[in-house]
Design a protein around this ligand. Structure first.
Ligand code: FAD
Ligand code: NAP
Length: 570
């Protein structure tokens, strides 16, 4: 049986009872509530528990793993190399774990997460099938009241001094409101909530909507399995060959002999990935030299392509050279020139998140694959039998929505969070997210976000970004305890300055020139705000500097001063 896909933004609600529950004393008093049991929430638990805090992680899924629990579509794997897309907090773990491929598959990543949970005994403080519905700050006590709903169980209330939102940048699925979506009589799937039992497409006519990373990974495999695959493309995407393969024992040995060096190199790159970047602009090379450089990186595969020139996302000449190179490659691979042209992006490369693939463009040479361009005439309707475009019905047995996520803010705003004066986060962020360092938002004391908007997050290898945030937050909560501080809260002025800085940095790039999910442009009605911060090294420096200056830009309040504390929210 196919998993149901609702026709609106995925609510993933387990129960609506929590909001209506009568006010009773909390069932648990905790130091910290952590929301989400992906890479971020699990490491947060490990750090805080090690410091002696009482912590509980609430996760709405039936298992841990976050992204790697939900996204089980064919071909799902990381596109940052496994040796980098892994925790670095434990040198023993880093040495012991053996990745089998250059880019690990979803099952292997989930096995790794399970291993980490067992190795560090994390499961006993993770409560599954539990959604955090509301979080309300009590100004008198300086604590958060948190309401939970449980699948098939009664609602629960807990109280905590701190709440950490580890809810994921890409965890709320985007299901466009295609007219008639619920009428489709075949099997319907969203890549972001794939059935655990897998799907057998053998002999079936399959349609897939979307050509982002999830589609780019799954299309070649679905095409091999199905009798026919129809791809509905609104915008073509740039994709670089992944050149995946088994990891060579010698290579692994070399990395493990000095893992710190790899981590250190990566930490100095804007994207937080060891891209072997050159300190050279495209203009310093002739067109022939540029081609040679791109060719070399194309052959190696992976995101290293972006390391060819230091100005690739800031300068038109550099970017156009890279664009042109990839378009030529697409035309070389795809036999039908019309299809090749449809698959060739015309936008800035890197403006939408770059994809890595294994045989993506080659797939369009297959006889059983059809590409339907929906850029000019959008999908009219989903009928009982298939997808209607331009008056023509494409009959399907299965429909796959690879339509992405309400990124960066979706999971944060799904929780009804009330800060000072009862003001909600939804109200505060009505015109787009505002935070200080992506970690806190003024008016919401003791509420921390891991990889929140205005932090590097999705523009980086997420693992080091997650660890950097977790470490910062854990150290901060430890500092508050040691100095008997009841609350910490972003100062509004510091927040405004930080948001202005994030926008200024983005304004100096070419990343504002397309309709990306970084800008919220994939979700109709979402405010158009560039959400991540570009630049891992300066960001880390800023976070460290803030601490060195006594949590500059934050207001710290002692318990005895709680009632009289002026609100920093302005
Ligand atoms: P998540 O893994 O998203 O976990 C958040 C968890 O919070 C989820 O399990 C969710 O169910 C839970 N949750 C949310 N709201 C609530 C609530 N109200 N109550 C209870 N629980 C809640 N990044 C990279 O750097 N490299 C990659 O190669 C890469 N590949 C990716 C591939 C896919 C298919 C996707 C979708 C993303 C990929 N990412 C990649 C980004 C990826 O999301 C991060 O790397 C990382 O896994 C995020 O971990 P997290 O713990 O922050 O969030
Ligand atoms: P995505 O990049 O947002 O792609 C969604 C696709 O659906 C786009 O092609 C989009 O077209 C299309 N779409 C959305 N609404 C549509 C509509 N109404 N009609 C027609 N088409 C529509 O989502 P994703 O592929 O799931 O990837 C999201 C992010 O997750 C990635 O960018 C990446 O960060 C991460 N990820 C990583 C990997 C990996 O390789 N490790 C794999 C999957 C995901 P438009 O472009 O026109 O909006």
């Amino acid at each position: 049986m196919a998993e149901p896909v609702s026709s609106s933004m995925e609510s993933q609600k387990l129960s609506s009872a929590a909001g209506k529950s009568p006010r009773t004393a909390p069932q648990r008093e905790l130091d910290v509530v952590v929301v989400g049991a992906g890479f971020a929430g699990l490491y947060m638990l490990h750090r805080l528990r090690g410091m002696g805090f009482s912590v509980r992680v609430y996760e709405l899924g039936t298992g841990i793993g976050g992204t790697w629990f939900w996204n089980r579509y064919p071909g799902a794997r990381c596109d940052v190399e496994s040796m980098e897309y892994s925790y670095q907090f434990s040198k023993e773990l880093q040495q012991d774990w053996e990745w089998s491929e250059r880019y690990a598959t979803q099952p292997e990543i989930l096995r790794y997460i399970d291993h980490v949970a067992d190795r560090f005994d994390l499961r006993r403080d993770v409560q599954l099938e539990t959604r955090v519905e509301t979080a309300t700050f009590d100004e008198a006590t300086g604590r958060w009241e948190v309401e939970l709903s449980r699948a098939g169980g009664s609602p629960e209330r807990v109280s905590a001094q701190h709440v950490v939102l580890a809810t994921g940048c890409l965890s709320v699925r985007n299901t466009p409101k295609f007219p008639g979506l619920d009428n489709f009589q075949g099997e319907k799937y969203h890549t972001g909530n794939w059935p655990h039992s897998g799907v057998d497409f053998t002999g079936k006519r399959v349609g897939i909507i979307g050509t982002g990373s999830s589609a780019v990974q799954s299309i070649p495999i679905i095409a091999e399995q199905s009798s026919h695959l129809t791809v509905f493309q609104r915008t073509p995407n740039y994709s670089i060959p992944a050149r995946n393969g088994q990891l060579e024992a010698e290579e692994v040995k070399r990395v493990k002999a000095d893992y710190d060096a790899l981590r250190q190199r990566a930490s100095q790159v804007g994207f937080g990935i060891d891209l072997a970047p050159r300190d050279r602009t495209a203009k310093e090379d002739t067109p022939e030299e540029r081609k040679r450089e791109f060719e070399e990186r194309w052959k190696k595969g992976g995101f290293g392509f972006l390391g060819a020139y230091s100005d690739i996302v800031t300068d038109t000449v550099a970017n156009e050279a890279a664009q042109e190179f990839v378009r030529e490659k697409i035309h070389q691979v795809v036999k039908d020139p019309k299809i090749a042209e449809l698959l060739s992006p015309k936008t800035v490369i890197g403006c939408k998140r770059l994809c890595l693939d294994t045989g993506y463009f080659e797939t369009f040479n297959r006889d059983n694959v059809t590409l339907i361009d929906v850029s000019g005439s959008p999908i009219e309707e989903i009928t009982a039998k298939g997808v209607k475009v331009d008056g023509r019905e494409h009959e399907l047995d299965c429909l796959v929505l690879a339509t992405g996520f309400d990124a960066m803010t979706g999971s944060l705003l799904a929780i009804d969070t009330k800060g000072r004066g009862g003001r909600t986060l939804r109200q505060k962020w009505a015109e787009g997210p505002r935070s200080y360092l992506g970690i806190q938002s003024a008016g919401f004391p003791n509420l921390f976000i891991i990889t929140g908007p205005q932090s590097p997050s999705v523009l980086t290898n997420m693992l080091p970004s997650i660890e950097q945030h977790v470490n910062w937050i854990a150290d901060c909560i430890g500092h508050l305890r040691d100095h008997e501080v009841a609350t910490i809260e972003a100062d509004l002025e510091a927040e405004d300055q930080w948001v202005a800085h994030v926008n200024e940095v983005a304004g100096g790039t070419l990343l504002l020139t397309c309709n990306s999910w970084y800008l919220g442009a994939n979700v109709p009605g979402k405010p158009r705000v560039f959400m991540p911060y570009l630049g891992f090294p300066p960001y880390v420096e800023k976070c460290n500097d803030v601490v060195a200056k006594g949590y500059e830009g934050f207001v710290l309040t002692k318990q005895s001063d709680l009632a009289s504390a002026p609100s920093p929210q302005g």
